[in-house]
Design a protein around this ligand. Sequence first.
Ligand code: AMP
Length: 285
Amino acid sequence: MVEGRRLKPVTNVVSTKKELIEALPITGSIGLVMTMGALHAGHRQLVDAARKENETVVVSIYVNPLQFAPGEDFDTYPRNLAQDLELLGDVDIVFAPTDEEMYPREPLVRVNPGEVATCFEGKTRPTHFAGVLQVVAKVLNLVRPDRAYFGQKDAQQLALVRTMVADLDMRTNIVAVPIVREESGLALSSRNAYLSTEERNLALALVGSLRAAREAAAAGASPEETEKVLSEALEAAEGVAVDYATIVNPDTFQRVSSNAKQGLGVVAARVGPTRLIDNMEVTFG
Ligand code: AMP
């Protein structure tokens, strides 16, 4: 629950596509926020942005099996619909479908996310983004929102959703929402629930390395030097197994060129059994 907020739990919860379509208004703008539940203040920020800009706000809550590979945390992913609904009091419609409703059969036609889905997150999770884009395309087609809100927290996902919407001429504006962090700097994530108190402290190395990179870039380090600062800071952290620590172009997820003005520091690391990601814009110069 977000502190200081006392909202009545949202009551307009629909679980079938038919109910969803019937609940949608005929006029006025629609804002969509897609989530996997286990909601926190990061999700709430997306809802607040949607609330400001649209007459109707729709939130989907669905742990999409297609984006989890065997052996990942699909079965253990935190699910608590009643608690989630308390955070969504001023939302007009919540769409919380079952797997049977979303995928009555194995989908035959699949979204191919292309090359950007094969690097960074896609390298560790090769089927992940195809699964994400499949469900995003489905929910965008069902809700047909004017705007859909995605967190900068999942920067590669955001880039891929933007690419899909552009390449398939989908008529929704994709709005990026900045990362919400704890006071400690830790980026809010539903997966933080897996962390012990000690692991939460170790996890601060992710944001710490990104801040070090941002400062180095601002002080005049080149992209190559900045990347070195980023990866060395994260590698040096105790109890953190680094997956990647790189400076990329936020649209293409290619390495930034040596004369770039801006880049995105992206990191992924395992803290205990939990894999965490974070990112931060860096400006050179
Ligand atoms: P998830 O439920 O993890 O699939 O996330 C649903 C949406 O919330 C995605 O667009 C995420 O990028 C966004 N989100 C998750 N955590 C944060 C955060 N700490 N700050 C901003 N957006 C977030």
